[in-house]
Design a binder for this molecule. Sequence first.
Ligand SMILES: NC(=O)C1=CN([C@@H]2O[C@H](COP(=O)(O)OP(=O)(O)OC[C@H]3O[C@@H](n4cnc5c(N)ncnc54)[C@H](OP(=O)(O)O)[C@@H]3O)[C@@H](O)[C@H]2O)C=CC1
Ligand SMILES: O=C(O)[C@@H]1CCC=N1
Length: 278
Amino acid sequence: MIPCKLAFIGGGNMARSLIGGLIANGMSAENIHVADMQTATLETLTNRYPVTTFTSNQQAIEGVDVVILAVKPQQLQDVVRELSADWQPDQLMISIAAGIRIEDINRWLGKSQSSIVRAMPNTPALVEAGATALFANEHVTHQQHELAESILRACGLAIWLQDEKHMDAVTALSGSGPAYFFLVMEAMEKAAIELGLPQETARLLCLETAFGAAKMALESGEPASTLRKQVTSPGGTTERAIHELEDGGLHGLFENALVAAALRARELANELGQDHHA
Ligand SMILES: NC(=O)C1=CN([C@@H]2O[C@H](COP(=O)(O)OP(=O)(O)OC[C@H]3O[C@@H](n4cnc5c(N)ncnc54)[C@H](OP(=O)(O)O)[C@@H]3O)[C@@H](O)[C@H]2O)C=CC1
Ligand SMILES: O=C(O)[C@@H]1CCC=N1
């Protein structure tokens, strides 16, 4: 059980995943408020979960302990400024927006000593297999620290960062990461279908293989390189396939991809961290 009342501002993809994970983990939907400007988005949510919905952000945060900002980075400044008037000193704000720094959120909120956590979750939170990194400012109390961790841990792994500057790399790795694996799945399935497998057979074998590889890497504790070598018989089939992937520049591609994502997070912070109301 998570002992708090929680409001999501923004009821889109990531909020939906976190809400699904929290409810699957025993959080009472009664304690979850969700605000969004789109009634259709709210309806999609209430069709699945009996959460309380609002079209007013101010009303949604009334009486809650924790507010999770789940709007796009481009919408964050307006939302934080809007919440400022009604913000209570004992409330905890958790921003999941890519890039945006705590110091900017704090300035937009305009209060001294506000408790703010930055978190970078990912969509597998929906099935309680998420991975989230968190960073707290100095005003977050021990109890709020535990609360933030318990909320994100309900959705999977939750780990604290020692330095906020690591958040951009986390965003590039695990925030965006599910999309990379989904892309690899798409590519592998397509190639298997081209080799003649029926679509459903290709899909199931591909997904179980991805799941099995991740489970084995987690449970064995062996480095991925060791596990890869165990599959790669000298002169065998895997060796040929890996040769193709490495020849095609797989390592360099991932390096470029993660650098590009982290740079985009920094760009978002620099573009959007400016005060457009100043
Ligand atoms: N998707 C992901 O995998 C991850 C996303 N994030 C972060 O989570 C945040 C949300 O992303 P995501 O869920 O994908 O985005 P979505 O666009 O799916 O969700 C955001 C929701 O907020 C609504 N919204 C816009 N403005 C307001 C407002 N002023 N008040 C209330 N609601 C508003 C949007 O409505 P409308 O569509 O009309 O604008 C939309 O329904 C982003 O900051 C992103 O960086 C972090 C980790 C992973
Ligand atoms: O693509 C994005 O910007 C967000 C942040 C991490 C995952 N999705």
